[in-house]
Write a protein that binds this ligand. Structure first.
Ligand code: SAM
Ligand code: SF4
Length: 327
């Protein structure tokens, strides 16, 4: 296992396969002058497999594929097949627009759980947030995943003045369908026009729901980023990922690999370790990985200090855009 200076063991690797995406979510992708990574800079399937094997030898037993949109890669099937042979729980975060093409391959690869992003239940709001007309396809594919027996978690980024009024509708969705809704506080990244005033906090979300429903806490999974709740009698559940108002870094077990093969020890870390170049030049990676984790800050990449999020300005942070890190 790979430990940091704060005695946190790291067994969970999130790999971004590409920064390409077929949606343009306002909170994720910069709208001005974004240059996608040249293909030669991306990790190739055999390289993703080789780097993953090294992480597995160091104790990783869970891998999540993300992006950009992971299924937007033409060789997604090849990558999936290679990683499915590793002794890990393999999962995916996706916008689901291409899920119908890969659902059989995902089942064959042993994927059981999918995190699917959906910020609204209205086609017009979907178009405004994602700048693409893909609401019907997304909903169709969410239903397809549920009907095929995948555990479906829905990621909803809640933004004041954009979609916070839909929180109750998402909770209502859990009445008849076994979906687990994860309300996510809006986070700052490069050029995503983040403003503290747009963060709809965990407390506000729970107060809003409490005004309509009684709900109860469910048992929490180890290293979870949120506490789950359910309305008694409802089939699904909900939770709030409160990165901004109540960070959950104490039990963090996550490491990240960007699509161009740079290791990050936190979503907000400034430092990166270039594992892909090391692999391509024949250097051993184990020590680089351990060094990277030893530099992990106690919380939020060390960038926020103890400043309450209400006093933060997005421009203060040094980071990539979310689409180029991998969520
Ligand atoms: N394309 C895939 C998708 O949308 O699920 C995977 C990549 S996306 C970057 C991963 C997750 O990050 C999504 O659930 C998305 O909602 C979330 N995300 C992106 N930008 C965010 C932000 N500024 N604040 C909070 N969550 C964000
Ligand atoms: Fe694409 Fe996902 Fe970012 Fe939306 S959140 S732009 S779907 S990578």
């Amino acid at each position: 296992m790979i430990f940091d200076k704060h005695d946190r063991g790291h067994n969970y690797l999130r790999i971004s396969l590409t920064d390409l995406c077929n949606l343009r979510c306002t909170y994720c992708m910069p709208d001005e002058d974004y240059h996608f990574m040249p293909t030669a800079h991306l990790m190739q399937p055999a390289e993703i497999e080789a780097i993953s094997k090294i992480f597995v030898s160091l104790g990783v037993n869970k891998i999540r594929l993300t992006g950009g949109e992971p299924m937007a890669r033409r060789d997604f099937g090849d990558i999936l097949q290679r990683l499915s042979a590793l002794p890990v729980t393999l999962t995916l975060t996706t916008n689901a627009t291409l899920l119908h093409r890969h659902i059989d391959a995902l089942a064959t690869a042993g994927v059981r759980s999918l995190n699917i992003s959906l910020d609204t239940l209205h086609a017009a709001t979907f178009l405004a947030i994602t700048r693409r007309d893909q609401f019907d396809t997304t909903m169709h594919n969410i239903r397809l995943a549920i009907s095929r027996g995948f555990r479906v978690k829905i990621n909803m980024v809640v933004m004041k003045g954009v979609n916070e009024q839909e929180v109750i509708d998402f909770v209502e969705w859990t009445k008849d369908e076994p979906v687990d809704i994860r309300f996510i506080e809006f986070m700052p990244f490069d050029a995503n026009h983040w403003a503290a005033a747009q963060v709809f906090t965990k407390q506000q979300i729970l107060e809003l729901i409490a005004g309509r429903h009684e709900f109860e806490a469910l048992p929490q999974e180890a290293h979870a980023t949120s506490e789950p709740y359910a309305v008694p009698g409802y089939k699904g559940s909900f939770a709030v990922i409160s990165t901004m108002s109540a960070p959950f870094c104490g039990g963090c077990n996550r490491m990240r690999l960007t699509a161009d093969g740079k290791m990050k020890n936190c979503l907000f870390s400034k430092d990166e370790t270039d594992l892909l170049t090391a692999l391509r030049t024949g250097q051993p990676l184990e020590q680089l990985i351990r060094q990277n984790i030893l530099g992990k800050a106690e919380k939020l990449g060390g960038q926020f200090g103890d400043t309450p999020f209400e006093e933060l300005h997005g421009e203060q942070l040094i980071n990539r855009s979310m689409i180029s890190i991998g969520g």
